[in-house]
Design a protein around this ligand. Structure first.
Ligand code: GDP
Length: 531
């Protein structure tokens, strides 16, 4: 905002900018086509010239940072990032979620920062395991879902069967916006159920807008001996649910689009669908009140930390979701957890191939803020108000280990390294209050390799892992005195996490249940949310 801008025009601009933002993620089972769809969305959004650069970019970056060798070796993407592009007057922020099951913690946190999600389903396979799990997370957070049924250029299930499966297994109403005309080698295009026009797939397989009316479609179907498809289309037009915006926004109904990401077909439909239906930045719950996107004061929270993008500098990027107002480069903000003021001198936007300094950003946007460890996952930034956004989760580890250090002289360095990596969310660290050596916790097995690799490459620490007597960790909650009594009564099994919150370590589920029954006033949780 220039200083000459009047308050009312600043307000109007804020409104306009926020209304045109769509911040979303893609959820799917591995192999359904998330990466391909991401590339094509960026391609149509004009963010990249050549499809294929999403992966290429990832590989370039990986060569720069050695620890990412792990991902390269395993052919998976561990890094969550954000991609911003414009299309049809809207600004889209696509938050990439890591595909690997082991890294679900990152994925869950990313889903706290979006306003909607695209669910990609393989047309032949239908709803798969991981899609269902991620869908449940979206449902918990009332995130509206747009469905894209992909790979229609291959043999697919009957479309009614797919809709039926979505409705039954996810308890989610469906409202097809388009309808596939054929599949596999007979995939002709998609039928717009409202406008009753067919958009044809052309020979080159790009998403051009050659449309034909019903008469021409009938002639085409006849010519190809596919007249029975007509019946399905008519049935879909008459017999499926109409789209209902409110029901979608409340998470009860999903609009369904069909296409082929590989063949560039249906991509524009889904972008237009997001623009038309997906919500602009939502209200966000904070400790003291609910924050509205259109409030003029900037507020934001950290949902992801990515460290050592440049290993020589130990810099960290905190990915921050703006919840309200406008961010100006250079502005001073309050870091609520420490009550300190920090200057946002170099906030960054991420495009497909590059980062750029963000001079201004609006509610709904995601910016990267370089820092040296001040910002942690779940932290809130404001223009002065003491509020904290709630709901960024940490999950109880499924694997607990002790770190075995090859060179005992480096214990202090190890402590520091674990602290830094814990703040980044790479590992959880639990320090027993009786002073015995710290335990490290992991949500997935792959995280052990990542930790080992990073300790070696970035800190010069050679470590191994030893099985610990403990198998479970649970956060606890309750009346203050009850918690103190509990801690005193269970000193040998108590630890603190990186925030200093008390954690119970248990040797088995059996031992845990025993403790739980003995202390009914204490609540034990396997998810900790920032509050
Ligand atoms: P992700 O694991 O969900 O990211 O899936 P990818 O985008 O990597 O796709 C998995 C495989 O399916 C790759 O070999 C893609 O080329 C292929 N694929 C993706 N979309 C389509 C499509 O629309 N049609 C066909 N035939 N193959 C596709």
């Amino acid at each position: 905002m220039s200083s000459l801008e009047s308050p009312s025009s600043a307000e109007a601009r804020l409104h306009r900018e926020i209304e045109r933002r769509r911040t979303f993620a893609i959820i799917s089972h591995p192999d359904a086509g998330k990466t391909t769809l991401t590339e094509k969305l960026l391609l149509f959004g004009g963010a990249i010239q050549l499809a294929g650069q999403v992966r290429a970019r990832g590989e370039n970056r990986r060569t720069r940072s050695d620890w990412m060798k792990i991902e390269r070796d395993r052919g998976i993407s561990v890094v969550t990032s954000v991609m911003t592009f414009e299309y049809g007057g809207n600004v889209f922020n696509l938050l990439d979620t890591p595909g690997h099951e082991d890294f679900s913690e990152d994925t869950y946190r990313t889903l706290t920062a979006v306003d909607s999600a695209i669910m990609v389903i393989d047309a032949a396979k239908g709803i798969e395991d991981r899609t269902r799990k991620l869908f449940e997370v979206c449902r918990m957070r009332d995130i509206p879902i747009v469905t894209f049924v992909n790979k229609l250029d291959r043999e697919a299930r009957d479309p009614f069967e797919t809709l039926d499966e979505i409705e039954k297994t996810l308890a989610l109403d469906t409202a097809p916006i388009t309808w596939p005309v054929g599949s596999g080698k007979d995939f002709i295009g998609t039928y717009d159920l409202k406008r009753r026009q067919t958009r044809l797939m052309n020979e080159k397989g790009d998403d051009h807008r050659d449309e034909i009316g019903d008469d021409k479609l009938d002639a085409l179907l006849e010519q190809r001996y596919l007249t029975e498809l007509r019946e399905g289309i008519d049935l879909a037009a008459e017999g499926t649910n109409p789209f209902d915006l409110q029901s979608f926004r409340e998470g009860h109904l999903t609009p369904v689009f069909w296409g082929s990401a590989l063949r560039n077909f249906g991509i524009k439909d889904i972008l237009d669908g997001l623009a038309a239906y997906a919500p602009p930045p939502r209200d966000q719950a904070a400790s003291t009140r609910v924050v509205k996107a259109e409030e003029p004061k900037m507020s934001a929270f950290v949902f992801k930390i990515q460290a050592n993008m440049d290993p020589n500098h130990r810099d960290r990027i905190a990915f921050v979701r703006l919840c309200s107002g406008k961010l100006n480069r250079g502005m001073k903000v309050k870091h609520v957890r420490t009550q300190k003021t920090i200057g946002l001198t170099a906030p960054q936007f991420f495009f497909a191939q590059e980062r750029q300094i963000a001079d201004e950003a609006w509610a709904g946007d995601v910016v990267g803020i370089p820092n040296h460890g001040t910002l942690r996952i779940g932290d809130t930034l404001t223009e002065g108000e003491n509020l904290a956004f709630v709901g960024v989760p940490s999950f109880a580890p499924e694997i607990l280990r002790r770190v075995r250090l090859e060179d005992a002289m480096k214990a202090k360095k190890l402590k520091q390294a674990l602290q830094e990596l814990a703040e980044e969310g790479v590992v959880q660290v639990f320090r027993p209050i009786d002073g015995s050596p710290a335990l490290v916790g992991f949500v997935g097995a792959l995280q052990l390799d990542v930790l080992q690799g990073r300790l070696d490459q970035e800190y010069g620490l050679e470590v191994g892992f030893e099985v610990s007597q403990y198998n479970m960790a649970r956060w606890l909650d309750g009346e203050r005195q009850d918690v103190i009594d509990f801690q005193n009564g269970n000193r040998s099994a108590m630890a603190e996490d990186v925030d200093g919150d008390p954690v119970l370590l248990a040797t088995s589920g059996y031992a845990f249940n025993y403790i739980k029954e003995k202390w009914p006033k204490i609540r034990f949780t396997d998810v900790k949310e920032t509050q």
